[in-house]
Write a protein that binds this ligand. Structure first.
Ligand code: ATP
Ligand code: MG
Length: 409
């Protein structure tokens, strides 16, 4: 028998409904904030992610689904959305025509990670990118917009952490301080962190294995006056609008972040980040565009849903149409379509089964009423309406059917 690939999932109702609900909720909030939807391709040149996400990141080093296509192009199935958004922004010349852009995207991302609860190889991200605004107001806006979505959707008990990673002026200093500090314990670091130590020491603090042991004793970053002022203002704008905590250990796992970074966390497990993001003021320039500030975030749909729990299942179909004889099938089918056209949720059509089989299916569908059409009824241009709860039944004229049914449901 055909089998599902490890790390991938089939999502049935009611779980699939959670996604639709979250997406709708996000769309509503995005429109309030003036973000417009950007539908991105699933496949990009592999190089795009190497250049933007970063060569030393887990995503690029270990998690990317990359392949060569028949035309010998090196491609990758997107592991995240930001690089694609920036590519689209540059390629479509927004820089010249309308440099300030607010985009959102909703789509599946792919990472070859070890599957576990809340960590899948294909998962959904809802993301936002605010391009062209360097002011702290942009940082505060995207963070509050994220809170609005999470809150409207109904996820509770999450924490918001923010930090500043400084800029190209202040970060190199911290980098060196960190290298000096971490080098003293190099042998005790995990294999990955020993490499990270040389290439990107900040990422050691984000390590799922080693990160926690440095809490409270690792030297913290000294921001330059500009970065400190920016960070202070972001906090002032957020104050009173959202509960947050400044966490100097929050460094994020991507290469392109500068200044403000943030994470929404729920629960204590390692896959606790329900959404995360930050400023990336140098990425657009590094990708060949003019220096353009930007900030964004991505939310893991599965994790936000886990943080909230399932919603009640939608009410089942109200009406189930049964045909007792082959000569009645066509009329019965036409009635089903007429009821649906009148906005009534209708099931039926299992006409190859006998009446018992059809009534059993009506039961399985948890229909409230059955409409039963036999040769007798058809001859009289009527149909039997059966209340499946009480067993009560009566005949109604076909030409008043939709009106009668509408009164019931
Ligand atoms: P983590 O630290 O949990 O690996 P990350 O730093 O790799 O997360 P990002 O690249 O910032 O995550 O992606 C943003 C969000 O996407 C995460 O906060 C998380 O909610 C979700 N996410 C990331 N990877 C996965 C995955 N493999 N399965 C499900 N959701 C994921
Ligand atoms: Mg990850």
């Amino acid at each position: 028998m055909a089998k599902l690939v490890r790390g991938f999932r089939d999502i049935f109702e009611p779980q699939s409904k959670n996604f639709t609900e979250l997406e709708n909720c996000a769309r509503g909030v995005f429109s309030l904030y003036g973000f417009s939807e950007l539908r991105l391709p699933t496949v990009e040149l592999k190089e795009l992610f190497i250049k933007s996400t970063g060569e030393t990141t887990d995503i690029v080093q270990k998690e990317m689904y990359a392949f060569e296509d028949a035309g010998h192009r090196q491609l990758a199935i997107r592991p995240e959305g930001t690089p694609g958004v920036v590519r689209a922004y540059l390629e479509n010349n927004f820089v010249q025509n309308a440099p300030v852009q607010k985009f959102y995207y909703i789509g599946n991302m792919f990472r070859a990670e070890r599957p576990q609860a809340g960590r899948y190889r294909e998962f959904e991200q809802i993301g936002a990118e605010y391009i062209g605004n360097s002011a702290p107001a942009a940082d505060a806006e995207v963070i509050l917009m994220l809170k609005d979505i999470v809150q409207r959707f109904g996820a509770k008990n999450y924490k918001v952490k923010i930090n500043s990673l400084g800029c190209d002026k202040c970060r190199p200093l911290y980098r060196q301080t960190l290298i000096d500090f971490l080098s003293k314990e190099k042998e005790t670091l995990c294999e990955n962190c020993q490499v990270r130590l040389e290439k990107n020491p900040l990422r050691v603090l984000d390590c799922k294995i080693d990160g926690a042991r440095f809490i409270g004793r690792v030297p913290t970053m000294q921001l330059c006056p500009e970065c400190q002022a920016h960070f202070d203002e972001v906090q002032a704008l957020l104050k009173g609008k959202i509960d947050f905590e400044v966490d100097p250990m929050l460094v994020r796992g991507l290469d392109y972040y500068s200044r403000t970074v943030f994470e929404f966390q729920a629960g204590d497990v390692s896959q606790n980040a329900i959404a995360a993001g930050g400023r990336y003021d140098t990425l657009i320039k590094n990708m060949g565009g003019p220096a353009t500030p930007a900030i964004g975030w991505a939310m893991g749909a599965e994790r936000v849903i886990m943080a909230r729990g399932d919603v009640p299942v939608q009410a089942p179909a109200a009406i189930y149409v049964v045909s007792m004889d082959a000569s009645c099938n066509q009329t019965a089918f036409n009635l089903m379509q007429a009821l649906r056209a009148a906005g009534i949720r209708t099931e039926g059509g299992l006409f190859d089964k006998n009446i018992k089989g059809q009534m059993k299916q009506a039961d399985r569908c948890q229909a409230s009423y059955a409409l039963i059409l036999g040769t007798d009824e058809l001859a009289a241009q009527e149909i039997t309406l059966k209340n499946l709860e009480t067993g009560e039944q009566k005949r109604i004229a076909l030409n008043t059917l939709t009106e009668e049914v509408k009164k019931l449901v």
